[in-house]
Design a protein around this ligand. Structure first.
Ligand code: GLN
Length: 471
């Protein structure tokens, strides 16, 4: 039996029944990485030695009867997460040899839970991108077709889960970087509410948008991980003190009578007709499960990409100013083109004389976009819509056209602008490539999104489909 294909919930049972040990499971993943990653390029650093050490310790605890949900489970982390003593690059040559002095809170929580870090994942440098092609460590390939992009910026974390090179992966979502690659790789991806999970120890991209989430093979697994990562952190003043619900028990509730909004602005002419059909079919399934689909309007959606690329670049230009090559990191010449583009754009929109015309106006529209959601959530419990306007595209297709790449974020940036949670789940295929459906909800409504997603996965099998990879 190939244990690397199982969900966390499934492999947990095998570990507890001693059908496999954490060391064996970790070795199986490391072996797969060894065989496949030369082609896929999902990892920047593989932490074999540390992983086997952690797995051995996990096995000792399992032998003593400890059955904590993530104990002994191998996972990977986007290279934005600081890992004490382990190289952390953010996908950029600026931090090529940077070894952090401390670990991100999420990583500390993982360590405490006994999860086994097998490596640090490839990504677009500084999390700028929607394709994985902006990594200074080479592009990551989509396991469903190696000529295609896997999405970004969390290209490596998505591919490690989709290609069974880790059983889950921790990543960041500032404008769609978890939901979009989840959709393009056929897996489950969660962007929690802003402030639900601590940002401490994660390389900052755009601080008022950055959210820490994860990739999994099922919604059930996603809920399991959020139970571990969510919660207040004294090191992050924007982390929420709201108690963390018991997500696992919420999953079991049916969705009869839930009102799910269908925003007309997300089903317009720019949307690929196959994607539109797939998402509508998935929504029909939700209706069969007892939900009520209600047409809604989010009138300011069309300004989302514009607002995002003004405010996000402004924050990026400030956050990247610390990489001056003095205390750590290589000097500023090592920044890639995309980072330079964003620093220039961000500096421009903040400059005296342009601030009112761009930054201030974008801030006002940010409020309007947020109000669109507030108004909608008075009528509906959640919203269902596409994640990406198209399935994955060919490597190289959009890399020289930044605007085309930015427009791919049209359906994901709004959740970051408003700080609300979003869950991407596999909903089908278009021309052989995966297509996801996005579920959005009010702030701190992850429990409702999990419930809808889980009920959908109980009656569909899209999330169980695997790419055909030579081993
Ligand atoms: N594609 C978006 C961008 O390039 C999102 C990035 C992200 O979420 N980190 O900014």
């Amino acid at each position: 039996m190939d244990f690397t294909r199982l969900t966390i919930a499934q492999v947990r049972k095998k570990l507890d029944r001693k059908e496999i040990s954490s060391v064996e499971l970790t070795k199986a993943y490391l072996e797969r990485i060894g065989k496949l990653d030369r082609k896929l390029n999902a990892y920047i650093t593989v932490t074999e030695k540390e992983a086997l050490h952690t797995a051995k310790k996990a096995d000792e605890k399992i032998a003593q009867g400890d059955a904590s949900p993530l104990l002994g489970i191998p996972f990977s982390a986007k290279d934005m997460y600081l890992t004490k003593g382990i190289r952390t690059t953010a996908g950029s040559k600026v931090l090529e040899n940077y070894i952090p002095q401390y670990s991100a809170t999420v990583l500390e929580k993982m360590e405490h839970a006994g999860a086994v870090l097998v490596g640090k994942n490839n990504q677009d440098a500084w999390a700028h991108g929607a394709s994985g092609e902006h990594s200074d460590f080479g592009p990551t390939k989509n396991p469903w077709n190696l000529a295609y992009i896997p999405g970004g910026s969390s290209s490596g974390p998505a591919v490690s889960v989709a290609a069974d090179l880790a059983s889950f992966a921790i990543a960041t979502d500032t404008g769609g970087s978890i939901r979009q690659p989840a959709s393009l790789c056929g897996i489950t991806g969660l962007k929690p509410t802003y402030g639900r999970v601590s940002r401490y120890g994660v390389v900052a991209m755009a601080s008022s948008f950055d959210t820490m989430g994860h990739f999994t093979r099922s919604v059930e697994d996603s809920a399991l991980i959020l139970s571990v990562t969510a919660g207040y952190d004294e090191h992050d003043a924007t982390s929420s003190e709201k108690p963390v619900p018991h997500y696992a028990s919420e999953l079991k509730k049916n969705i009869k009578g839930l009102k799910i909004g269908m925003p007309k602005e997300y089903f317009t002419s720019g949307l690929d007709s196959n994607v539109s059909k797939t998402v509508k079919t998935a929504m029909h399934k939700l209706e069969e499960l007892g939900a009520e689909i209600i047409p809604i309007s989010l009138p300011h959606t069309q300004y989302g990409v514009g607002v995002y690329y003004i405010l996000q670049t402004a924050e990026v230009s400030s956050n990247l100013a610390r990489y001056d090559g003095i205390r750590y990191g290589n000097n500023r010449e090592t920044f890639g083109d995309e980072a330079k583009r964003r620093i220039m754009l961000g500096t421009f929109v903040l400059a005296h004389g342009y601030y009112d015309a761009y930054y201030k106006r974008a801030m006002k529209i940010r409020t309007l976009i947020r109000q669109d959601f507030d108004i909608a959530f008075r009528k509906v419990d959640a919203i269902a819509c596409p994640v990406s306007p198209t399935p994955a595209w060919k490597i190289g297709e959009k890399v020289s056209d930044p605007l085309a790449m930015y427009l791919a974020d049209i359906f994901t940036v709004t959740a970051n602008i408003a700080g609300i949670p979003g869950l991407a789940i596999p909903a089908g295929f278009a021309m052989g490539m995966p297509v996801g459906m996005q579920l959005l909800g009010p702030q701190f409504s992850e429990d409702i999104l999990f419930r809808i997603g889980h009920q959908y996965q109980l009656t569909t099998d899209w999330h169980t489909r695997k790419p055909d990879l030579p081993v």
